[in-house]
Design a protein around this ligand. Structure first.
Ligand code: PEP
Length: 251
């Protein structure tokens, strides 16, 4: 059975106390949700322990925004999977376009990180998506296919049960420009086909594929109504509990 998920990527926003207040507000509103949507929040590293405490007993899951590519040791500034699990995380986002663009995260590096995350017991939200030049050159299918294959084809069908894909066209992230429901659906369906060709139909059918890019309460309904869109990875709108849960209500 495919899971429906709405995940909030807070990026580098909020202080710890603001984050705890936001998490509490999300947890309170999520308690009233009964449409089967899984809710996840991904605060900055510094917030994780306090937000985990704030979410205790709620139905909101906790995610990191990234993890280290090593298990421990002399890697200044990095945070290992074990530390994230210990802090209360059940998930990590990996391969967000901001990490790929500003921190040189490659598909090869992502294979290592996904492996460490899964081995350490974290679920993974793996982001893929084309930039504006690639979209305008008509290369969006090829780019997304390559990102999907380069990372996920190193894993087993069993591993895929702990992975969620987020299709995030880079030109739609934080720009206010949402992909149309048709544009998003055709890529989601294509990703599912790429998975089916390699892993078989069952794995592809069970895969949760989220859309991300200027998703908000006003456009979530049309996006989530598409056959292959199973929810959203939400940036800006996840910083307001009403908007974030408003998106989750769109199923
Ligand atoms: C994101 O960065 O994952 C994202 C989807 O951002 P926004 O919703 O702000 O476009």
């Amino acid at each position: 059975m495919r899971k429906k998920i709405v995940a909030g990527n807070w990026k580098m926003n909020t202080t710890v106390s603001e984050g705890v207040a936001l998490a509490k507000a999300v947890a309170e509103k999520a308690a009233g949700l009964n449409n089967g949507a899984g809710i996840i929040v991904a605060p900055p590293f510094t917030h994780l322990v306090s937000v985990a405490e704030a979410l205790k007993g709620s139905k909101v899951g906790l995610s990191a925004q990234n993890c280290a590519d090593h298990t421990k040791g002399a890697y200044t500034g990095e945070v290992a999977v074990d530390m994230l699990v210990d802090a209360g995380c059940a998930w990590t986002i990996l391969g967000h376009s901001e990490r790929r663009q500003y921190y040189g995260e490659t598909d090869e590096k992502l294979v290592e990180k996904v492996r460490l995350a899964l081995d350490g017991g974290l679920g993974v939200i793996l982001c893929v998506g084309e930039n504006l030049d690639e979209r305008e050159a008509g290369r969006h299918f090829d780019v997304v296919k390559a990102q999907t294959e380069n990372v996920l084809f190193n894993f087993s069908a069993e591993d895929m049960k702990k992975i969620v894909i987020a299709y995030e066209p880079v030109w739609a992230i934080g720009t206010g420009k949402t992909a149309t429901a048709e544009q998003a659906e055709e890529i989601h369906a294509y990703i599912r086909k790429v998975l089916a060709d390699h892993f078989g139909k069952k794995v592809a059918e069970d895969m949760t594929i989220l859309y991300g890019g200027s998703c908000k309460p006003s456009n979530a309904k049309e996006l989530f109504a598409q056959k292959d869109i199973d929810g959203g990875l939400i940036g800006g709108a996840s910083l307001k509990a009403d908007d974030f849960i408003g998106i989750a209500l769109a199923f």
